[in-house]
Design a binder for this molecule. Structure first.
Ligand code: COA
Length: 159
């Protein structure tokens, strides 16, 4: 069985992430979307809230699982017995950072391979940060995130 982990902060999941998930789910028999508790960011949603939103958005994709993890990604992958990490590559500017992370992860765990997938061009400029900013400033989120995420952001920011 070919398994892979698509790891990220997902604060929140966007249509760009979902596009990578759909592509990954076509290639792998099982794709685990792994929500990092320790990504060095200061997230709006808790890891459980982020995972819950991803579950809602991927409920129809049978071979996708969603989990949260703390600590190093490669250690989590080892515990899960998965040796492929999927990352999205949106633009050339993502490349340097992604290469650094892939090579660092390789140094930490030679047996784990990182592969890159390009989301649809329409989503190449979308990031979780700009989605959060649009939400905070009252803009329309519907072209950037799935409906359950738009609703959750509105609820969170109005509470
Ligand atoms: N569609 C939309 N946005 C996308 C995207 C896509 N297809 N692909 C990437 N992005 C965005 C993300 O939303 C994120 O936006 P943000 O910075 O506004 O939040 C950004 O691009 C990517 O951020 P980045 O920091 O590269 O990745 P991440 O936050 O998604 O995930 C982890 C980073 C969690 C994988 C990494 O921090 C990690 O592995 N942490 C665990 C600890 C560890 O092992 N550290 C050592 C790593 S070498």
């Amino acid at each position: 069985m070919r398994k892979a982990i698509y790891a990220g902060t997902f604060d929140p999941i966007t249509l760009g992430h979902l596009d990578v998930i759909l592509r990954g789910a076509r290639i792998f028999d099982e794709l685990t979307v792994a929500v990092a508790a320790d990504s060095g960011k200061n997230p709006l949603f808790t890891p459980e809230e982020r995972a819950g939103l991803i579950r809602k958005c991927t409920a129809e994709i049978a071979n996708v699982k969603v989990e949260t993890f703390s600590g190093l990604l490669v250690e989590y992958a080892r515990r899960a017995k998965v040796n492929v990490i999927v990352r999205g590559l949106r633009t050339v500017s993502d490349f340097e950072y992604e290469m650094q992370m892939a090579l660092t992860n390789r140094r930490l765990a030679e047996d784990i391979e990182t592969i890159f997938m390009m989301p649809k061009q329409d989503y190449s400029y979308v990031s979780s940060t700009n989605v959060r900013q649009i939400a905070e400033l009252g803009g329309c989120l519907r072209s950037f995130v799935p409906e359950p995420v738009a609703e959750a952001m509105e609820t969170k920011l109005n509470s």
